[in-house]
Design a protein around this ligand. Structure first.
Ligand SMILES: [Zn+2]
Length: 406
């Protein structure tokens, strides 16, 4: 178990003792908003909750009435309806400071303005050559923070983005707030969930503004906290056409970080949901759930996936939903998981999988050369913020090097 995973587990234990939907027995939505933090239900309670949800709709009309209620509750709980209209329509003021030409793909260091005075920082991957309009994929990252495995700079992340780009997509990998170069806000900002979801929508706006992007083919995928962001974006933005949340879909675990569960998006006087139910809101569009045997997604094949598939059945769209489960694997977006995701994205976004196959016909990422953090930065002279779990340590803190594992 690595340090990051241990932090999440410890955090989960801590938050599970705190206030939230901690009922030992099932109960209906209470009055007012209520936070659902971390593992605030048992797996059995999560399963029973899904069964209760499923008994409340029997056809597409009833399901879609529920979808509208959940979506409205989420948007209000996330505070997105309090963001002034003019903030959604501001110019992007994009800063692109470097373009790396790689083997079949390029990487640009990019920042766009989000909320006023706040830059969303990241990297834009593209195919080296392309014609006309091509699909786009958003790649949020999770709470990986150890040296060499940090946020959007992780080699795993670079491989995934480069492979999508070489297959023919524009890919935007972006920092969570308080991570990397996105330092206007701390990661433990009480409104982190709102800001990050706004950022994901803002990046979707930006991608849709590019002449080279086919706005009918937008995908999103991320793992862990990036999986939470993936699900949240699909809840609030109908422009997303393909979704692949990795190692995050769960009926009982709501994400242990303030950026995932620090605002009342899952429960209010008018709605009640969980991450598996939120993922199902994407039906009937293409959805691949990636799960593993060692975290809160270990029950997906028996609990969450049947629930989600049943929703797709209402639309007769079972062919659009899948579950890639790795019972012997853990909490990551490793090679075997990426190998399951590439064909799904290729099929549903119209990408060319052949561009990442070797002479033996196998998926081969050896064309990817991971770049160093300094090479990927938009603002070369600005220090990168390093986090440990949810806690941000400044370089002047005596804990800084210690917490980074040095
Ligand atoms: Zn977080």
């Amino acid at each position: 178990m690595n340090a990051r995973y241990l932090t999440l587990v410890v955090l989960t234990l801590i938050v599970s003792l705190g206030p939230g939907c901690t009922s030992k027995k099932e109960k209906e939505p209470s009055s007012g908003s209520q936070l659902c933090v971390g593992a605030c239900q048992t797996p059995e309670q999560g399963k029973a909750q899904l069964q209760r949800f499923a008994s409340s709709y029997h056809n597409v009309k009833e399901w879609e009435a529920r979808v509208a209620r959940i979506r409205k509750g989420f948007i209000h709980g996330a505070g997105l309806d309090s963001i002034p209209e003019r903030y959604w329509e501001r110019p992007f003021n994009a800063v692109i400071n470097h373009k790396h030409v790689m083997d079949g793909y390029t990487v640009e260091n990019i920042a766009i303005e989000g909320l006023p005075g706040h830059y969303i920082t990241g990297n834009l991957y593209k195919p080296t050559k392309f014609q006309g309009q091509i699909p786009a994929i958003l790649c949020p990252h999770g709470h990986w923070y150890s040296p060499g495995e940090y946020g959007r700079f992780r080699p795993d992340m670079q491989k995934r983005c480069a492979a999508f780009a070489r297959m023919g997509a524009v890919v935007f990998a972006y920092d969570m707030i308080g991570y990397g170069e996105c330092t206007t806000y701390r990661h433990d900002d009480p409104e982190a969930l709102k800001i990050q979801t706004f950022n994901s929508k803002r990046i979707t706006d930006y991608l849709c503004s590019l002449d080279c992007v086919d706005t009918s083919r937008i995908g999103v995928t991320g793992a862990s906290g990036g999986g939470t962001q993936t699900i949240y974006l699909t809840v609030v933005d109908p422009r997303i056409k393909v979704s692949v949340p990795v190692v995050m879909v769960s009926a009982y675990f709501y994400g242990g970080c303030i950026c995932e569960s620090g605002m009342p998006v899952a429960r209010s006087a008018t709605h009640e949901t969980n991450l598996a139910d939120m993922a199902a809101l994407f039906a009937p569009k293409p959805l691949l759930i990636v799960s593993d045997g060692k975290d809160w997604t270990r029950f997906v094949p028996k609990t969450e996936y049947p629930y989600i598939r049943n929703v797709y059945t209402l639309y007769h769209a079972e062919e659009n939903v899948g579950n890639a489960h790795f019972p012997k694997e853990g909490h990551d977006y490793g090679y075997s998981k990426r190998k399951a995701v590439y064909p799904f994205m290729a099929r549903h976004l119209g990408l060319d999988l052949n561009r990442i196959l070797n002479d033996s016909g196998k998926i081969d990422e050896s064309f990817v050369t991971p770049l160093a953090i300094q090479e990927l930065k938009v603002f070369p002279d600005k220090p990168v913020a390093f986090l440990c779990g949810n806690v941000q340590y400044s370089p002047s803190s005596p804990l800084y090097d210690k917490k980074r594992g040095k």
